[in-house]
Design a protein around this ligand. Sequence first.
Ligand SMILES: Nc1ncnc2c1ncn2[C@@H]1O[C@H](COP(=O)(O)OP(=O)(O)OP(=O)(O)O)[C@@H](O)[C@H]1O
Length: 283
Amino acid sequence: MAAYTTGLTKTYAPSGEPALDNVNVAFRAGELCALMGPSGSGKSTLLACLAGHEPPSVGRVYVGRGDARPWLPQQVRQICRGEVGFALSHSRPFLDRTVEENLEWAAALAGTPAIVARARTDRIAALLGLLDELGTPVGVLPEDRRHLTMCAAALLPDPSVLLVDETESGGAMTADTFAMLRRCATELGTTVVAVTDAPAAAALADRVLFLAAGRVAGIVARPAEDVIHELREVFSGHGAQPRQARQEAPERREAPERREPSAPEQRSRPVKRVPGMRNPAEA
Ligand SMILES: Nc1ncnc2c1ncn2[C@@H]1O[C@H](COP(=O)(O)OP(=O)(O)OP(=O)(O)O)[C@@H](O)[C@H]1O
């Protein structure tokens, strides 16, 4: 298991609804997992908790060998040296530097020896289709290439887990991008968890994790694109239980456990069955 959560609940405002509500999910070593769900379902929050950017309100997050603890800004070097690499929606490359210079910076920040960084740069750039752009200033590249530059920089220190969110405009996570992330997971052995709204992209993943209203709604292994289409409709429309209804449901008040690490469970709300979808408990 490369990363997992137990009873992960995240509430931003003290009296507000949880952005994540008792999420129990595990990510396997070397898998590409697509993260899908309607806007506000908690995708970015899950990535932020996995990255250690946001502390859980309740529950635990484990990455690699230990807790993904919240980090202070001055500890950014430790993030880069750690188990997790990320290209999140707020991640920004240096626009006035070339792709290669951005990668060098990431390697230096992580303390990766220059000789190791040089050897990895070409390999990662090739996997992400950036070889021809190593000498190009990132500022002149289109948004998807900038995002891939962030992915490349995140991969350079050889994290066990790479977390990739959509860019703020939401346009970067296409099937082309996923095909490159697929290669990274396969050839580098990195666990990749990446948000997308595109069924054609998610169909390239080993598993698709659907969030709906802060909960794990379903996990599909080796998904077919039409199944993903259907599930996306279910969870973005009437299939996703409205937040108001959840608030009134008594089981929401059951306190997610504070307990010692154990094999992650999947105890999520049952959802409409669609051919090819597995219940989270079966994952
Ligand atoms: N920093 C924050 N402060 C307060 N509330 C937040 C914060 N970040 C997210 N939220 C809220 O938490 C919920 C989940 O948001 P999140 O961004 O994780 O969902 P998402 O599925 O990534 O959405 P999108 O696809 O629109 O990015 C939303 O109701 C959102 O308004």
